[in-house]
Design a binder for this molecule. Structure first.
Ligand SMILES: *Cc1c(COP(=O)(O)O)cnc(C)c1O
Length: 434
């Protein structure tokens, strides 16, 4: 647990998030429950926005909303002067539904459908990030139909292996995403897009991976991307105006990760800003509008999932299973890629740990696990289990597997709480069944 003013243990030894204790949250909302610390989300947005302004100048912070998408998070982003990135019609539609300004939206995806591109153009989405020749063709046709010119970026691959889990890396040469800048792929795509009458190519995008603590990898990305900007200037006599460096800043899950405070995240931006300023001067290229796209670092540590302990099963000389009323339907990340989490007993935070438990879910899969080797006080049925850093890629990856209901999301701030997403009902499960 990465303690802070809005995530701490209160005087009764109970976990407190945003000034509300976990026991009263469970009493009011039941479990499983996603809890989001709104003050944390707002303050980290603030740090990103201000650091870019103070240390670089013209730029934008686009919240990568695949990390956690619902109406309320887009309202918070709008109020925090953020841009956003979306990767589907669903995310786009949700953002637009609360009046998120279309010009501040970046639309990504390696296989956007005609419907999605059409929806984006029709609604004046600011920037579409191209990931294929066919996409440039289709998008140009759509723009012609509406008599519009669309700002675009091209997704590129600078070939950097950022240190992270294999399956959540996206920027290796073997990737379904982007055009490689190390061979002629990206250069050819740039030429192609420049010839599209209704597309305005503003610059390039790259995203080197996720859960990255190594700031050097972002410096390397800046170095390689600005080398390529210079090459475009020399070869095509064209100067890009925008550089989008993606997201990927790491968050604390377990003691294997660094514990950063909100203000520590400014260091990522400062590192990028300094390197980019240096490269622009050294290479004699136009200073680009800088876009970064953090997702996990904005919402990840803001989230805590609360469960109630059900059955406890001890297999002598093997292990202790502690089953909770959630599982891979609210958090599939262990099942997907063995993601690790810190788990505590929220109603007895100060009790001495005594035993190791595997925290398992209630789905019919042996791989339905939340966390392994959790060192906890002797657990009783009815205790409240808290999993930390579940704000990113949990609710957004939730499913109705086994026809379980997706848990509600509650925002907490200054001792108050409210639904951001209401609980699903059994009726909701039948809504589309014929
Ligand atoms: C996933 C993604 C991000 C955000 O990554 P985080 O690790 O959540 O910060 C940003 N940009 C693109 C294109 C992405 O696919």
């Amino acid at each position: 647990m990465n303690e802070r003013e809005t995530l701490k243990i209160n005087s009764n030894g109970v976990l407190e998030i945003g000034g509300v204790d976990a026991v009263s949250l469970v009493k009011q909302y039941q479990t499983p429950l996603y809890v989001m610390d709104k003050a944390y989300i707002k303050s980290i947005c603030n740090v990103y926005v201000n650091t870019i302004k103070d240390f670089y100048g013209d730029g934008a912070v686009a919240y990568a909303s695949k990390a956690f998408s619902c109406k309320e998070i887009y309202r918070i982003m709008k109020d925090s002067s953020m841009s956003i990135d979306v990767v589907s019609a669903g995310e786009l539609y949700t953002a637009l539904s609360v009046g998120f300004p279309a010009e501040k939206i970046y639309f990504h995806g390696n296989n956007k459908s005609f419907f999605e591109l059409d929806l984006a153009v029709k609604n004046n989405v600011g920037t579409i990030v191209l990931d294929a020749y066919q996409e440039a063709d289709i998008l140009n046709d759509i723009c012609e139909k509406y008599n519009k010119t669309q700002n675009v970026l091209i997704r590129t691959n600078p070939g950097i292996e950022a240190h992270t889990h294999h399956y959540i890396q996206t920027a290796k040469i073997d990737s379904k995403f982007g055009f490689s800048i190390s061979n002629l792929e990206a250069l050819e795509m740039v030429k192609y897009a420049l010839n599209k009458k209704n597309l305005k190519l503003k610059g390039l995008h790259c995203h080197i991976g996720s859960q990255i603590f190594e700031k050097k990898s972002f410096e390397l990305a800046v170095e390689k991307m600005t080398d390529f900007y210079l090459k475009i200037k020399n070869v095509l006599n064209y100067e890009f105006e925008v550089l989008n460096l993606g997201g990927g800043f790491g968050v604390y899950y377990t003691d294997e990760d660094e514990k950063l405070s909100v203000t520590d995240y400014a260091e990522y931006i400062k590192t990028i800003a300094k390197k980019l300023n240096d490269c622009v001067i050294k290479k004699g290229i136009k200073k680009p509008y800088l876009v970064i796209e953090p997702g996990r670092s904005i919402v990840g540590e803001a989230g805590v999932t609360l469960y109630t302990v059900g059955n406890i099963k001890t297999i002598p000389k093997v292990k202790n299973y502690l089953s909770v009323d959630g599982g891979m339907f609210d958090n599939p990340r262990f099942a997907l890629y063995s993601a690790k989490y810190t788990v505590k007993i929220a109603n007895r935070m100060l009790d001495k740990p005594e035993k190791y438990y595997t925290v398992s879910g209630k789905c019919c899969e042996s791989g339905d696990i939340i966390a392994e080797n959790c060192y906890l006080p002797t657990v009783k049925s009815g205790d409240i289990v808290a999993t930390f850093s579940t704000g990113a890629y949990n609710y957004s990856m939730a499913s109705n597997y086994n026809r379980n209901l997706v848990p509600p999301v509650v925002m907490v701030e200054n001792g108050k709480s409210y639904y951001a997403v209401k609980p699903q009902t059994l009726e909701d499960l039948l809504r589309n069944d014929v």
